[in-house]
Design a protein around this ligand. Structure first.
Ligand code: ZN
Ligand code: ZN
Ligand code: ZN
Ligand code: ZN
Length: 112
């Protein structure tokens, strides 16, 4: 079976089109952006999620500038993802999520 490859939008690595995540950068949405709250596809530049209404631009926890809700800050390149603290889940979550979208457990905010 011919499997065809497409580049990950986050790191540019060519991966299988049906891959659920990118093995190079661990992204769970290698071919498009997803709303961090409801996981519906979103377009970069869209101000709010049309499905759940959350704002798709947030202040970066590292530099404080507005950035699109992608995995890394558009301004400083700092990560916007944290790992679910449930050891059996361990899925990357957007830093603002209060509950893990995979296991439903509460996520503690990052402290520095
Ligand atoms: Zn990647
Ligand atoms: Zn949404
Ligand atoms: Zn930043
Ligand atoms: Zn989890």
């Amino acid at each position: 079976m011919a499997s065809y490859k497409q580049p990950c939008i986050h790191c540019g690595t060519y991966i299988d089109r049906d891959a659920r995540f990118c093995p190079a950068c661990q992204s769970s949405s290698p071919f498009g952006y997803l709303c961090p709250a409801c996981l519906r596809p979103i377009e970069k530049g869209q101000p709010i999620c049309s499905a759940c209404g959350r704002s798709l631009y947030v202040p970066c926890p590292a530099c404080g500038k507005q950035t699109f809700v992608q995995e890394k800050c558009e301004q400083c390149g700092g990560t916007l993802m944290i790992r679910c603290q449930n050891p059996r889940c361990d899925v990357l979550q957007f830093f603002e999520n209060q509950k893990c979208t995979a296991c439903g457990k509460k996520i503690k905010p990052i402290k520095k």
